[in-house]
Ligand binder design. Sequence first.
Ligand SMILES: [Zn+2]
Ligand SMILES: [Zn+2]
Length: 339
Amino acid sequence: SDAYHSCARYEDPTAEMERKGWLGADLVFDIDVDHIPTPCNKVHDEWTCCGCGFSGKGITPEKCPICGGEKFEESTWLCQECMDTAKNETIKLLEVLKEDFGFSDGDMHIYFSGHRGYHVHVESEVVQSLDAISRKEIVDYICGIGFDTDSQSLIWGKTGKSSNWHARITREIRELILNANEEDLEEQVGLKKKIATALLKSRDRFLKSLEGRAEPWKAVKGVGLETWKKIFAYCAQKGFVKIDTVVTADVHRLVRMANTLHGKTGFKKTELSMAGIDNFDPFKDAVALRKGEVTVLVHNAPQFRLCDEIFGPYKNVKVELPTAAAVLLICKGKAEVQK
Ligand SMILES: [Zn+2]
Ligand SMILES: [Zn+2]
């Protein structure tokens, strides 16, 4: 069963809600691929409107585009790309919390959620009394809400006016220009072919202009201010952290207890150390049920890995699987127990 505790601290936790006396709450962040656009969600996630039956692939919309209904049936999966994306966002979040907010490693607890994401709890005393509005401001800063990339792309060049975000965006730009090919610049950034070609031809000069922040929109012929703004905006979006904005602002949130199993996977909610996150492997380190086999009828499941074993893909087959693999498929609605 699913076990939760409140992120809030109360004077008298056993009293009725209004009389509990709210003392404060940890600052909680939720990173979940449910809210992050990944290339893989178009492959393995599907939603169906409960109102009219209309269905689609990828992230579930807030409202059905056909009937406006807000109830959906979802079928999602978790693949390596999902988990890598969520981990990368978590690492970005930890960096901002440390560099921009000054929290120390000891202030923060990191958890794998047990499903498709990570939680970060800031438990230091200074956050406890923050109200919902202050928490929303922190969210906005971390997600880049209200960060006007158009004007910021110009401020960027002026020394003394640069923020940590400018430094991170510069890092993203450098990485993009170093690694992108023409198609990437066309498809992802939206540059014209001619401009992408000119930029990559003078890659080194453009990169050099980033170092001194010497108006890079003047560094390469044919790569002007409009192109710079596009690159800047694209890289800013890449740099901002994709957190679930609702969770952090909610001061009465219930959070799953660590070391309990998640009902959608059978995986364990696992606490990680700051140093341990890089090498954390959810498909191995969060696997809880390590004994026995179960025979299941698998309707449809993509290939996946648990520990060091590869399973599937399966379609309408009866297979005997290690308990953890069988439970994962059952929890995700992909299989049922076969007697
Ligand atoms: Zn509908
Ligand atoms: Zn995926």
